[in-house]
Design a protein around this ligand. Structure first.
Ligand code: NAD
Length: 476
């Protein structure tokens, strides 16, 4: 039997070849030019960063507005299925004294857009099923890519992103904004400083009552063509795992010292969506759907270094918003919603207790992440999930403009997104264990952990006074 390309790659990995050797072989197989590991990849600096946006629905316009605040950034193309959505953002640019962009529309407008040679970065804010196809095509056209969460829906798509990024030498960053949340970054700094000891366990979630948005019609604030409701009708498991998972992976050095190896996943029965639809839309097609998505999905992941991670997803129960944000180590714990911390009493003995409000505020101020110290106030002023969206885009621009490795690389995008397919497979088979591929091809053993990153606003020429509160930024 002839060996397929994926089988061949698995074979050379099993044969114990190094990541670099794998990539050289990959180059020979594919005939592409870069074919190197993207683990610490830094592209040549792009002082003038030309950005194209695709997907200008509820989320996209906020990103256009944030990027327009960054010196050295030029928004050159705007694309949406609907012409009027692209035109609306172009009118906003002109009103705000920025050059007009070229617009593209229609189901295949993005293909036409990718032919342009005045694009360095494609920022993809389309429905989930378009994330990988557009990202892969953009990299093949020589563009770096930033893609909304999850970057991919299947293992096959995850590998497409990895293979294409390695072959083309183009960045593929998933826009996991929660990695830039104030609490998440506080936790990362404190963990880096050893305040929780050896990290052994983490818990994260996406618990967000989205019933109204999922069932809403387009003209009443709904998603384009009910794409999320359709996905949740066809699939179960955890289709949106990365908000809780990403920040924990950064704390645990996943893909940079440790790697996720396997998971088990169990979904509860589906009840909330049907009950909601029956009450709100009696007799309508919406009430007749039988969504596959269980109300609550719980996944447990094991890592190579023996750490555990619990991730939940629930978008249908009437629960307050939570990402849990819990990290637990040999000397302490941090948990969120609301923020709490407790530490080993050490020689004092006895059991640990949550810090009181005064102690908590003191430590949170002392240990505020440098990025939040530098740009947190500007970020809060413009808005966007409390400022984290702004900080994510700011760091992305800063790294591209200065030729630095990005905080999240294609291996993070693939590993974190791989839960979409693997949790569904496990949940449909009574929690059967699923192996998580090592998308780094072994490079996790030698890649250094993400540091305590920052930006130099002076170097960027960003003046906080010029940034205004922006109505297009999402709050939850
Ligand atoms: N990171 C976050 O906090 C966060 C928050 C909200 C949404 N998101 C993500 O952003 C993405 C978009 O979500 P949304 O709420 O804006 O959805 P939306 O349905 O409001 O917007 C999607 C847009 O894509 C456009 N589109 C559809 N097909 C297209 C095509 N072929 N070519 C070009 N444009 C096309 C639609 O017209 C629409 O304007 C999703 O991946 C979602 O998960 C992330």
């Amino acid at each position: 039997m002839e060996m397929g390309r994926r089988d061949f790659l698995s074979f050379i990995m099993m044969a114990g070849a190094t990541a670099a050797a794998n990539n050289r072989v990959l180059a020979a197989v594919t005939g592409q030019s870069h074919a190197g590991s993207m683990a610490m990849f830094a592209a040549p600096p792009l002082r003038e960063l030309r950005v194209a946006f695709v997907g200008l629905g509820k989320r996209g316009p906020g990103a256009v507005h944030r990027f327009s605040a960054f010196p050295g950034v030029k928004i050159t193309h705007l694309c949406d299925l609907y012409k009027n959505r692209a035109e609306r953002q172009n009118a906003w640019l002109v009103k705000n004294k920025r050059p007009a962009a070229k617009i593209h529309f229609g189901a295949e407008g993005w293909k036409q857009m990718l032919e342009a040679d005045d694009i360095d970065l494609v920022y993809n804010v389309t429905p989930w099923y378009l994330h990988t196809p557009i990202a892969v095509a953009a990299m093949k056209h020589g563009k770096h890519v930033a893609v909304e969460v999850p970057a991919a829906l299947t293992i096959e798509e995850c590998w497409q992103l990895v293979d294409t990024s390695e072959e083309t030498g183009r960045h593929c960053m998933m826009l996991e904004n929660c990695c830039y949340g104030e609490v998440e970054m506080l936790a990362l700094r404190m963990a880096r400083e050893g305040m929780f000891g050896e990290i052994v366990h983490g818990e994260g979630a996406y618990i967000h009552d989205l019933r109204a948005e999922n069932y809403a019609d387009l003209n009443k604030g709904g998603y384009y063509d009910y794409w999320r409701l359709k996905h949740n009708t066809a699939h179960t498991g955890n289709p949106y795992p990365t908000h809780g998972l990403g920040p924990i992976c950064q704390v645990m050095d996943i893909n940079r010292g440790d790697v996720m190896e396997y998971l088990v996943s169990v979904s509860s029965r589906q009840a909330g969506m049907s009950e909601y639809a029956a009450a709100k839309f009696p007799g309508s097609w919406k009430a007749k759907l039988a969504p596959a998505l269980g109300d609550m999905n719980t996944t447990v992941i094991g890592t190579a270094k023996g750490r555990s991670i619990m991730i939940q997803h629930d978008v249908t129960s009437p629960r307050p918003y939570s990402r849990i944000n819990l990290i637990s180590g040999t000397r302490g714990i941090l948990a969120d919603y609301p923020l709490r911390m407790a530490f080993d009493p050490g020689r004092r003995g006895g059991h640990s207790h949550w810090l009181n409000d005064k102690e908590l505020k003191k430590i949170a101020a002392e240990k505020r992440h440098p990025l939040w110290k530098s740009a947190g106030e500007i970020a809060k002023k413009i808005g966007g999930h409390g400022g984290m969206d702004f900080l994510m885009d700011l760091r992305l621009c800063y790294c591209l403009q200065n030729g630095l490795a990005l905080d999240q690389n294609v291996y993070d995008a693939a590993a974190w997104s791989s839960l979409c397919e693997l949790t569904e497979k496990s949940a449909r088979h009574r929690g059967a264990t699923q192996d998580i591929p090592d998308f780094t091809r072994g490079a996790w053993k030698t890649t250094p952990p993400l540091g305590i990153v920052d930006v130099d606003l002076g170097k960027m020429g960003l003046d906080g006074g010029s940034v205004k509160k922006d109505g297009a930024q999402l709050s939850v």
